[in-house]
Design a protein around this ligand. Structure first.
Ligand code: CUA
Length: 341
């Protein structure tokens, strides 16, 4: 029994340490990369300090009561009886009140500080529309639309406007802070300034059905120059493949039902007859994305072929059905989509 317990402890502690010390821990909220995340982290540290202080006092009082002031077996004296003790009563009223005050002040300050900027004149606005199970990102000031990969400039105020096309989701990028519910028929907001270029992970944080766990995304925080380059590239029309498999794939794309749900600027638009909730990702610069299927697979021809052949097999519940494109046609369609750099 003792050996079993020791083994179980070993597994638990080992697992916890591996989780903390692992090379790759993308959902860590303790490494902050934005002003918003830093404010929340700082509040967390302050509150934890007071929590630990209270814990230490309570444990110390308990230990004193158990080991110091308890009556020993055979102890002849009766324990002392008290009706009241003014100093003690004042101490346990004033002490907790001061601790609560010490927690309330930074909490209220953080609540006020983290409110979205209601007049974000100079901010970059990013519209986020959550869909089952992917993310639509658009930049209304620049008329750019993309999916599942969000590019942001470093050190510039970003104003997110979040809404959902179907049910409640939650937008969460641990490194940038500020998990927020994404609700149909309502626009929620977050304002933040990302302060370190890098690639960060995002994840839907509200259970939204079969592929909730597969509703991921990537955030690329770029230097101002890098972001401008990305934006200029996104503004360009898609490449029109002249010949070869990609050209054959373009013809297949136009004739297959792909264009009903997907947009490629200048090639196919979103069909008006289908409701907003049924639209699929904009594919204008699909080939320039690093992942597909809401961040669950790397973007390469093999994965793309697997996805197109049978989306619900890759992502359970996916709205995109298997369209029966196979063999050479599938390869050509993949070649076309990957050519949309
Ligand atoms: Cu969307 Cu969970």
């Amino acid at each position: 029994m003792r050996v079993l317990l020791r083994r179980l402890m070993g597994v638990a502690v080992g697992g916890a340490l591996a989780g903390c010390a692992g090379q790759h821990h993308p959902m860590n909220t303790l490494v902050t990369k934005s002003n918003l995340a830093s404010w929340i982290y700082s509040l967390f540290v302050q509150v934890t300090f007071w929590d630990l202080l209270v814990l230490a006092i309570v444990v110390a009082a308990l230990a004193l009561a158990i080991f110091w002031f308890s009556t020993r077996v055979g102890d002849p004296t009766e324990p002392a009886a008290f009706q009241s003790d003014t100093r003690l009563e004042l101490a346990w009223i004033i002490g907790p009140a001061l601790i609560l005050l010490a927690i309330t002040v930074p909490t209220v300050r953080t609540i006020i500080r983290t409110q979205p900027n209601r007049w974000p004149k100079n901010a970059l606005t990013v519209k986020v529309i959550a869909h089952r199970w992917w993310w639509e990102f658009s930049y209304p000031q620049y008329h750019i639309q993309t999916a599942d990969e969000l590019h942001l400039p470093v050190n510039r105020e970003i104003h997110f406007e979040l809404t959902s096309a179907d049910i409640i989701h939650s937008f969460w990028v641990p490194a940038l802070g500020g998990k927020r519910d994404v609700i149909p028929g309502q626009v929620n907001q977050i304002t933040l300034i990302a302060n370190t270029p890098g690639e960060y992970y995002g994840q839907c944080a509200e259970f939204c059905g079969l592929s909730h766990a597969n509703m991921r995304f990537r955030v690329f925080v770029q230097t101002q120059d890098g972001f401008k380059k990305w934006m200029d590239h996104q503004l360009k029309p898609p490449v029109n493949p002249g010949s070869g498999p990609a050209a054959a794939g373009a013809a297949i794309y136009k004739n297959a039902p792909c264009a009903i749900c997907h947009q490629i600027r200048g090639v196919s638009g979103f069909s008006k007859q289908y409701t907003y909730g049924f639209r699929g990702p904009d594919l204008t610069h699909f080939g320039s994305r690093t992942t597909i299927a809401a961040g669950i697979l790397d973007n390469n021809p093999k994965n793309l072929a697997r996805w197109i052949a049978n989306p619900p097999e890759v992502k359970p519940g996916a709205r995109m059905p298997a369209l029966g494109v196979r063999g050479k046609e599938l390869d050509e369609l993949v070649a076309y989509l990957e050519s949309l750099k």
